[in-house]
Structure formats: C-alpha cells, structure tokens
Design a protein around this ligand. Structure first.
Ligand code: HEM
Length: 413
C-alpha cells in the first residue's frame, strides 16, 4: 500500500476505518500524508509520549490565523477566531492551566452527580416518545436531543429559547466539522456563532444580576485567588462545552448501540447484568472499540523526532486514537468487542493536560442512555435502512442509524 497520499475518507474507510488503521499502525506507524499535509501517528505508546510532550502544541489556531491566511481571509474570519481563541483546548500552559483550573470548578464529582436525576428524566421522556413507534432513527430521535437538552438546561437556557439555541449549535457543528472551504456556508455558520455568543453574553449578564443554580453561574462564581473568568471567557467556554460535549455524546450513544447490536452476545450480557459497575466497564469498552474521537490534533512547536521520522516545526500532527485504542501491544485481541475487558488505558478521552474535562458527564449520559435503550425497547435490532457514517477525519459517528423493535410503553423493566 502506498501511504503518501492515502485518502482516509473513502466510503468504505468512513464506514469502517479500522482495517486501514491497523495496516498503517503496523507498517507505517508515523508517516506524512500528502493528502492532508499532516503527520499521522498510530501507536499507543507514541500517542502517550506525544500527549506528554510540550513540543506537541495545542495552540494551533493562532499560528494558522496569523501566518497562513490572506489579509482578506483574516478580516473575514476574525470574529470566529476571537471566539475559538478563548477555548482552553487550543491553549498551552500557562493560559491553559489558568482556564482549566477555573472551569473545573463546574465539573466537580458533586456537581456532576446533581445532573443525574435530570438526565434520567430526559432519557425517560425520549424513550416514552419512541417506544410505541416500533422504529426510530437513533441519532435524530434520541442520541442528538438528549445531550442537547441536558447541556441547554445546565446552562440555564429557558425552554422557550431551546429551538433558537439548537439552530445555533447546529451552525457551530457546520463551522467546525463541515465548512470545508465553502465560503457561503462558513459565513452563515460564523453569523450563527456570533448570534449564539451574543445570546450567551445576555445570559451571563442576567445570571450576574440574578444568581441561579446553573453552570453559567458556577463559572461566574469560579475564583482562584483574585482571578476570575471574564464574560468573554465564560461565553467562549460555554461554546466549547456545547461543541465539545454535544456531538461527542451523541456519537458515544450511537456508536455504542451500533456495536452492541452487531454483537448480540454482548448485548445479551448487558441486558442480563444489573450491576452498575458492569455498565461502567461496558461504556469504557465502547470508548475503546469505537469511540467518538478518532484523532486529536497538535502542531509541532519545534522539530521533534518520533521513531525514525523528523517532524518539523509548525507541521500539523494527527494523533490517531482510533488506531492506538486497538494497538495489540496494549490490548489483547484488540478487534474483539468484549464488555468484560474494562480497558482503563484507552485514549478515547485523550490523555494528559487536555484530558476531556467532561469525561464524567459523558460517561453518565452515555451509560444512562444505553442502559435505557437496551432494556426498554424489546427485540431491538439494526435496520431496515443501513447506518450512514459521517465523513470527517477527527470524529466518528453516524448521521443516521435506524433501528426497529416491538412497540411498547417503554417503561422500565
Ligand atoms: C463521549 C463523549 C466525549 C468524548 C469522546 C470527548 C473527547 C475529548 C477529547 C479526546 C479531548 C481532548 C482534546 C485534545 O487533547 O485536543 C476532550 C477535551 C475536552 N472535552 Fe471532551 N469529550 C466528550 C464529551 C465531553 C463533554 C460532555 C464535555 C462537557 C460537558 C466535554 C468537554 C471537554 C472540554 C472542555 C475539553 C478541553 C479540555 C482541555 O483542553 O483541557 N467533553 N474531549
């Protein structure tokens, strides 16, 4: 196989990226792909080393904005850059350290456990809607709305504004995943992003004046010594949480159910097992086997040797989690989906300084959702229409996933 310009987004590789990633991991674990003008790194131990190494910088938006755009592109995209520039995920220490410390105040185990009852309620109401129908699109009918409603409520968005909010979040996904250089779409998405940030700015002002029990107010109150978050930082962080926490959780639920339905023996084990610990381990195996994040992106801040390759300063680097999570040096029989594996060292949430801040929320939502789907929809099976995977490099998920089941009330067994 010639790998210099290999296209990772052919329909077959989008539907099942694992065979090509296995071949790359064993034959060319570190290589420069001309097609994407970036390095790809596939082995688990190389990813761990890179994620600990400050020469692999997360500050990758600013250099592109400052050095790779024309003057008119810079002017055009400045508003987007101003918002993305606030995101901790694109910062290195010390800026990252400061933001992460302050925002972590909203993600304590206690704060997250307080969301549990509401996640269960939203899940129950979605199941009650779909159960009598006998079929649904898991993505649009269940896995998309669940995290959307949960995150909007967490932020204190009134129910009457939910649809507005949803429109803007969809625009944001287009901007980050789908704009692909089409200026019209990019502009529309940027306008949506600006409206969203104005709206969130209004909520920040409202909750400063009249405190409420929600995530925005927790961010307003967050303090380290004399340091607090500015309004722009709170708005930027809320948009990051929306972006980072929504589609990923949708895909955890979708990919998880897809894997379970393709492995009926494992699905049966999950159904038979009431133990919360088993469900927790099952969620980890889903994150390893077919997690929502295929790759993390970094930029070389200086020249770095990886194996026998030299990565030059300012070159882009993709750390391929989907390949590392099936590395046979770390996971025995890695292509086997095994809910009893309990893989503590998968990289589905990343590793190191930028380890997913919302991992506990995602685990909670994902496990409540999957448990409800497999227990409350009798004779659940995939189809009749085939699943449609979306063709993006860094995320793994479906645009549509139809399932059928025996119609019921959908109440707990
Ligand atoms: C299954 C669902 C999720 C997956 C697979 C996932 C995956 C990831 C990964 C791989 C990173 C590291 C990015 C990097 O190093 O460049 C990350 C960071 C982050 N995630 Fe998640 N995520 C999920 C859900 C969530 C949720 C629900 C939230 C919030 C409610 C969230 C908030 C964040 C934030 C704020 C960061 C940035 C952390 C930092 O830069 O220090 N994520 N996530």
């Amino acid at each position: 196989m010639s790998t210099t310009g290999i296209d990772l987004l052919t329909p077959e590789r989008v539907a099942d990226p694992y065979p090509v990633l296995a071949e790359l991991r064993s034959r060319q674990p570190v290589f420069y792909n001309e097609h994407y003008r970036a390095w790809f790194i596939h082995r688990h131990h190389d990813l761990l080393a890179a994620l600990k190494d400050p020469r692999f910088s997360s500050d990758r938006i600013r250099p592109v904005f400052e050095h790779k755009l024309t003057e008119s592109q810079r002017r055009e995209r400045a508003p987007t850059y101003r918002i993305l520039g606030e995101w901790m995920v694109f910062r290195d220490p010390p800026d990252h350290t400061r933001l992460r410390k302050l925002v972590s105040r909203a993600f304590t185990p206690r704060a997250i456990s307080e969301w549990r009852p509401r996640i269960i309620e939203v899940t129950d109401s979605l199941i009650a809607d779909v159960a009598p129908r006998g079929r649904m699109d898991v993505i649009s009918d269940f896995a998309y709305p669940l995290p959307a409603v949960v995150i909007a409520e967490m932020m204190g968005v009134p129910a009457s504004d939910r649809d507005l909010f949803k429109g803007w979040s969809d625009d944001l996904m287009v901007l980050v995943f789908g704009a692909r250089g089409v200026e019209g779409r990019r502009r529309r998405a940027q306008n949506g992003l600006l409206e969203l940030s104005e709206y969130l700015g209004g909520l920040v002002r409202r909750f400063r004046a009249a405190p409420a029990e929600n995530l925005i107010h927790t961010l307003i109150r967050a303090q380290e010594g004399d340091d607090t978050l500015t309004d722009d930082e709170i708005v930027g962080t809320c948009i990051l949480l929306l972006f980072g926490g929504h589609e990923t959780t949708t895909n955890l639920i979708g990919n998880g159910l897809h894997a379970l339905l393709a492995h009926p023996d494992q699905l049966e084990r999950l159904r038979m097992n009431d133990d919360g610990e088993y469900l927790r381990a099952a969620t980890e195996e889903i994150l390893r086997f077919d997690g929502p994040s295929k790759m993390q992106v970094r930029m070389a801040a200086s020249d770095v040797d990886v194996g026998d390759q030299m990565i030059r300063r300012h070159e882009m680097v993709y750390l391929v989690q989907a390949a590392a999570n099936r590395d046979p040096d770390v996971f025995a029989d890695p292509d086997r989906f095994d809910l009893e594996r309990n893989p503590s060292d998968h990289l589905g949430f990343g590793f190191g300084l930028h380890y997913c801040l919302g991992a506990a929320v995602a685990r909670l939502e994902g496990s409540i959702a999957l448990d409800a789907l497999v227990r409350r929809l009798p004779d659940l099976r995939a189809g009749p229409e085939p699943a449609e995977w979306h063709p993006t490099l860094i995320s793994r998920g479906m645009d549509s996933f139809c399932v059928s089941y025996t119609p019921s009330e959908g109440t707990a067994a």
